[in-house]
Structure formats: C-alpha cells, structure tokens
Design a protein around this ligand. Structure first.
Ligand code: FAD
Length: 293
C-alpha cells in the first residue's frame, strides 16, 4: 500500500495505529492480544517504529512480517537512519521490500543516551533529508517524513526547522506524520506555516492519548510537547494515584482532540498506541459512533 493513494480518494479520514516491537517475551505475549483487538477495528494501516542504531532492527522486521502476513494489515515501516551505515540501510530496505512494504517513514532517530551505548557509524546519515535522498535514488517506496508542530527540540528556530522539513519534501517525502501535541492549535498553526512555504503534501496528525502521568511526563520531555493548562487542571482534579481515572481522562481528552482535528478536515488520525489497546479502541469506537470516522 502506497499510503498517499488512500488520501487521494478523500472519502473519510483514515485511522491508523503506531506500534513498536515488544521489548521482552512477556510484553510480546500481551501485545499479541492488543494487535488482535486493534486489528478488529479495521485500521486503514498500521505503522512500526525502528530503533536508531538498529537497536530494534530484527524486532521491527518480525513485527512488520507478522502484521502483514499473519494479521493481513497494511503497514508503513519506519526507518531511523541514525547510526546505520549505507549498506545496513540498504539491507533493511531490501528486507522490507521483500515483505511487500511499499511505504517507508524516513527518520533521523535520536542519538544514543549515555547508557544506551552504541557508537554511531561514521558514514551514518546525519539527517532524515539525507536518508530520503539516499532512498529516493535507489528505491521506489512511497516515502514520508516526521514533522514537529512545536518545533524539534534541537532546532535552531521553528522557521529553520520548517525549512528542513521542506528539504525533506524536496528530497522525496510525499507525506508528513506530525508529532503529537496536546493543543490542536499547535497542529493547525504548523499546517498553516507549512502551506505558507509551499509544503503541499498531506500532513497526518499524531494523537498520543494520556496513558499515565508518568508516561505523559517522560514523553513530553523527550519531544517537547506542551502539557496544556487544561491537562494540568484536569489531572489535578483526579484522586492522586488513580491510574484508571487518569486513563479515562486521557481517553476523553484524546477523543475531543480527534473531533477537533476531523472537523477541520485532516486526512486522518494516527494514534500512538504505545502497544496498548484499550484507549485506542475506545477512541475509535466513540468517533465511529458519532459518524466522524
Ligand atoms: C511520527 C514519528 C515517528 C517516529 N518514529 C521513530 C522511530 O521509529 N525511531 C526513532 O528512533 N525515532 C522516531 N521518532 C523520533 C525522531 O527520530 C526524533 O524526533 C528525531 O530527533 C528527529 O527525527 P527527524 O526525522 O525529524 O530528524 P531530522 O529531520 O533530521 O531533524 C532533526 C533535527 O535536525 C535539524 N535538521 C533537519 N535536517 C537538517 C539538515 N539537512 N541540516 C541541518 N539540520 C537539519 C532539524 O531542524 C531538527 O532539529 C519519531 C518521530 C515522529 C514524529
């Protein structure tokens, strides 16, 4: 599946789910049920992450294989070029091509933290734009890139970040998947700024439900998403340490975000599932019951 073909039909917003390869056998057991539950929702496609430095290379391959060949799902495979040499990149891309993958999201990935300890290859791609150029010269994948509505944390400025996003499009990205935000205005503003500099490709919003306070804090710190006042106040009203109440709040909040996004005509909703099933299931069922998907 070349994902951009889905949006050309323009019938209704697509719904898609992001997965990462399970990190242990115990996780894999639980995850199998999550996949089956979410597959029942008939997503338009699912996506599989890739650890920078190749840390999840085999796991990503196995998961892509399972989702395509056992579960019959359409898959976008991610590739984080950071830390891999060109031969390794070719080998990953060949293996995905062998599975019938037609769409790749090209990413830089994040350099290792001190305790992760891989040494990046000296020839590894410095930026996603380099990876896109490299892939475009050798393959016929439908290629996409990541966008950062609030600006990438390392970016010199939001404007510069957008210039580099435009370079990714010039180098072959046919669509953009946006990082999550908790205030949809950041997303709409981002789309507007993209259009103003002639980035015309579809921009798919990513939605990250709040799964727990701890995860919220970790994830927002990593990617720089703003935790809004509404979230601070909403969480403060909940009983301390009531994880169930936090998860319910997260579902309500994410569903409302999806409504706002869909009402303003986004091409689809891409949910960062964190390999969990309940929140995504609830959100999709609510949106469908309202006729929004
Ligand atoms: C939808 C989505 C999926 C993701 N999936 C994964 C995953 O599977 N695995 C993973 O490891 N990470 C993943 N990430 C995280 C991502 O790898 C990090 O956000 C990373 O820090 C940046 O990736 P990028 O592709 O946007 O990098 P780039 O586009 O290379 O940008 C990184 C930084 O460099 C700057 N820059 C960009 N191009 C240039 C250039 N040509 N010259 C100079 N500066 C430049 C940008 O302004 C930015 O500050 C994902 C992020 C998103 C939004």
């Amino acid at each position: 599946m070349r994902v951009t073909n889905l949006w050309k039909k323009n019938e209704r917003p697509t719904i898609s789910f992001e997965f990462f390869p399970p990190r242990s056998e115990k996780d894999a057991g639980k995850f199998e049920k999550v996949i089956d539950d979410l597959a029942k929702l008939n997503p338009d496609f699912v996506s599989v992450t890739f650890g920078a430095g190749g840390s999840s290379r085999e796991g990503s391959y196995q998961l892509v294989n399972k989702l395509i060949n056992e579960k019959g799902l359409d898959v976008i495979a991610y590739l984080a070029g950071y830390g891999l040499n060109p031969d390794e990149i070719i080998s990953v891309l060949d293996s995905y091509q062998g599975l019938g993958v037609e769409t790749i999201l090209a990413l830089r990935g994040d350099p290792p933290r001190a305790n992760e300890g891989f040494t990046p290859h000296p020839q590894s791609m410095r930026h996603a734009s380099d990876l896109l150029e490299f892939m475009g010269e050798r393959y016929d994948f439908c290629m996409g890139a990541a966008g950062h509505p609030e600006g990438h944390p390392e970016a010199e400025s939001k404007e510069k970040d957008l210039e580099y996003l435009k370079l990714k499009v010039t180098n072959g990205a046919e669509f953009i998947i946006a990082n999550f935000v908790y205030d949809t205005r950041f997303f709409f503003d981002f789309v507007e700024r993209c259009r103003a500099i002639d980035i015309k490709v579809p921009i798919l919003p990513g939605v990250m439900p709040i799964y727990s306070v701890k995860l919220l804090e970790i994830l927002t710190k990593t990617c720089g998403a703003t935790i809004t006042e509404e979230i601070h106040q909403g969480l403060a009203r909940l009983p301390t340490d009531d994880n169930k109440a936090v998860a319910e709040f997260g579902i309500d909040f994410a569903t409302q975000q999806c409504r706002e996004l869909i009402e303003k005509g986004v091409p689809g909703i891409h949910i960062y599932t964190m390999d969990r099933g309940k929140a995504t299931t609830e959100i999709v069922q609510r949106l469908r019951s309202e006729g929004l998907l």
